[in-house]
Design a protein around this ligand. Structure first.
Ligand code: ADP
Length: 623
């Protein structure tokens, strides 16, 4: 039955941790009982003695027996002030030095954490893997004594920030009912020689004693790469000791859980000295110290940078990837947090929640939580007490695009920006029905004067050649629209050209979508793949050809349908911002016919010639 608890999928109900904690509790009581017994024996002896004296009529003797012993420092009289001053100086100078080597951890007791594994949502695979490790931790004696195995000492959580590495570790500690010792790697670093290593030693000592006291302890080292990076040089994240010294200390400490405690060492010395006098067959047997049941969890975003020795068996020998949540994971996280935040009934609609989960691709759990918090702020701003769908959309726009900022544009500039963004949106709408148009705006946010935000309709991890080409075409939409309506483009196309060039360079150099199948990624070296493609005349020419072909497509497309650009431009000038379906509604009002016929074939010349016509149609140009 005990062995079965190691194989089960949920958290094991029986645990060596609970038993060890109970043993420690009983030991504590026994020690207290012995101490109180000694004091009681002393008091009883005194009382008996006093009674005997009293019976003899020796009152003074009885009184002196009953009086409490007084502490006195004989002969120190004149030296006492000097001694006090010396002690004070030692405390003032030595105190901070002693404190500097203290462990910088923060201790959470299991009942303080207020979460369990049930609160970790949308990360089922991670939780399942973590529970396996937890069960080994909880049943470490069974594993060691009955199965002859070695407990797992270290686990590495690898993943981007905000994905729940600390949260899951805390939930594990809460579930195991053991203390959680959180430390950030940067807290170990010190400018004084030797202090970094001292702090690491103190931290592991604190872990060992917490584990011995409570039957187990979970340590969590945040950003472990800051102190555990590969030992290739003497500089970097190790404070004055350098990387080598700090990593070595970390390696030593990770093996320290079997070390005897101070008491056990003292007892060992005593037993050894007695054994020296005893014949071989009568010697006192020394018990091997029981290892401290510690699990150390290291969190990092860059496991590849860690020193390989740290990843060897017996150290951080298991890596668990804590990734950004999938669409269904995001849905579960949204459900979890919406259940805890006041929200309007429209957000209980499963379709709405699905839509929100779909449009938050790339959001980490903490970003989703903050999104709903930000939506609450928007709700408060409009005088509501519950967050609604509109509040979430506003919060999302602020999170993704930045706060709207007032910009003083000339009327002509505003018109150029509107035309530019309308060009992007028209191309996206016509050539890439697989993309969802989210926001079209001429409100200044961060560094952009306007923007088109669009995303995949489905969660995708790869893109086909035609999809990448479509992205390049969308990027050219702004430039071509400016050319069509104003006869020339502005410097506002810089960002679009950069994005288009990068995509085209990737097509040629990395994705085999150009004239060569040779991947620039295969050649080692520090240069960025895009730089390699652009640095070579042959591949750079291919990039140029892809870009020109895309621009020509877009020219044909927009020249054939300038009324679509104009409609979006006018809507933007009037409303500043079009959200989601509003973009399609404006375009549907000037429907150009079936979508398949929208991209005219190469060689097709629009009739009548666009620039001249548009010049006449556009009041700005006439002016
Ligand atoms: P990391 O350590 O990976 O940077 P944290 O563990 O600090 O991330 O996570 C930040 C916050 O995000 C947590 O305090 C919690 O509120 C929320 N969170 C993270 N993961 C989850 C999850 N799986 N389910 C619910 N909330 C989560």
């Amino acid at each position: 039955m005990e062995l079965a608890s190691l194989a089960q999928s949920g958290v094991s109900r029986r645990s060596d941790v609970t038993e060890a904690r109970e043993r420690a509790r009983q030991r504590r009581w026994r020690r207290l009982a012995v101490l109180l017994g000694v004091v009681a024996a002393w008091a009883v002896t005194r009382a008996v003695l006093a009674t005997v004296y009293l019976a003899d009529g020796r009152r003074a003797a009885a009184r002196s027996v009953l009086a409490l012993p007084r502490l006195s420092l004989p002969g120190l009289g004149p030296y006492a002030p000097a001694l006090l001053l010396t002690l004070l100086l030692v405390a003032v100078i030595g105190g901070p030095m002693l404190l500097m080597g203290r462990s910088p951890h923060v201790l959470y007791r299991p009942e303080e954490m207020g979460i369990g594994l049930g609160d970790v949502v949308g990360a089922d695979a991670v939780v399942e893997e973590a529970v396996k490790t937890l069960n080994l931790f909880l049943n470490h004696r069974v594993l060691r004594e009955e199965m002859g195995g070695n407990p797992r000492r270290g686990v590495l959580f690898e993943g981007p920030p905000g994905t729940g590495k600390t949260y899951i570790a805390k939930a594990l500690a809460a579930e195991a009912g053991v203390p959680f010792l959180f430390v950030s790697s940067s807290a170990f670093q010190s400018m004084y020689y030797g202090q970094t290593n001292r702090k690491i030693r103190s931290y592991f000592k604190a872990l060992r004693s917490a584990a011995r006291r409570e039957g187990g302890a979970i340590g969590f080292i945040e950003e472990i790469d800051a102190i555990g990076s590969a030992r290739t040089g003497m500089s970097g994240g190790g404070g004055r000791e350098g990387v080598v010294g700090v990593v070595n200390e970390l390696l030593i400490q990770l093996q320290s859980f079997d070390h005897p405690t101070g008491w056990q060492r003292a007892r060992g010395v005593l037993v050894d000295s007695v054994n020296r006098w005893l014949p071989a067959d009568r010697r006192i047997v020394k018990r091997a110290p029981e290892p401290a049941n510690v699990l150390v969890i290291g969190a990092t975003n860059r496991a590849g940078d860690l020193d390989p020795a740290l990843l060897r068996p017996g150290r951080f020998d298991r890596t668990i990837s804590v990734d950004l949540p999938s669409r269904s994971g995001r849905r579960q996280i949204l459900d979890y947090y919406l259940a805890r935040k006041a929200h309007e009934a429209d957000l209980d609609d499963p379709d709405r929640r699905d839509a929100l989960a779909a449009t938050t691709f790339g959001y980490s759990p903490v970003m989703l939580e903050r999104l709903l918090d930000e939506a609450l702020v928007w709700a408060l701003r409009r005088g509501g007490h519950e967050l609604g769908w509109e509040d979430v959309q506003r919060a999302k726009m602020t999170a993704e695009l930045g706060l709207a900022q007032p910009a003083t544009l000339t009327e002509r500039e505003r018109r150029t920006v509107a035309t530019h963004e309308a060009g992007h949106a028209t191309v996206a709408w016509m050539v890439a029905p697989e993309r969802k148009l989210e926001v079209l705006s001429i409100v200044k946010r961060r560094s952009s004067l306007g923007l088109l935000a669009h995303s995949e309709r489905e969660e995708r991890w790869t893109a086909t050649q035609s999809e990448v080409e479509n992205l390049i075409r969308i990027a050219f939409g702004g430039m071509v629209a400016e050319e069509l309506f104003f006869g020339e483009a502005s410097s506002g196309v810089a960002g679009d050209l950069k994005a288009a060039t990068e995509a085209a360079a990737r097509m040629v150099g990395s994705w085999g979508m150009g004239d060569t199948l040779v991947s620039v990624d295969a050649a080692p070296g520090p240069l960025h793949p895009v730089a390699r493609v652009l640095g070579d005349d042959g591949t750079a020419r291919q990039v140029e050809a892809i870009l020109e072909a895309a621009r020509d497509d877009v020219r044909r497309l927009l020249s054939a349908h300038p009324q679509l650009v104009a409609a979006l431009r006018d809507a933007l000038l009037e409303r500043d911002e079009l959200i989601g379906p509003e973009i399609g509604e404006v375009l549907a009002g000037v429907d150009p016919g079936p979508r398949s016929a929208r991209v005219p074939p190469a060689g097709h010349e629009p009739d009548p010639a666009p620039v001249i016509d548009l010049r006449e149609a556009d009041p700005e140009r006439q002016a």
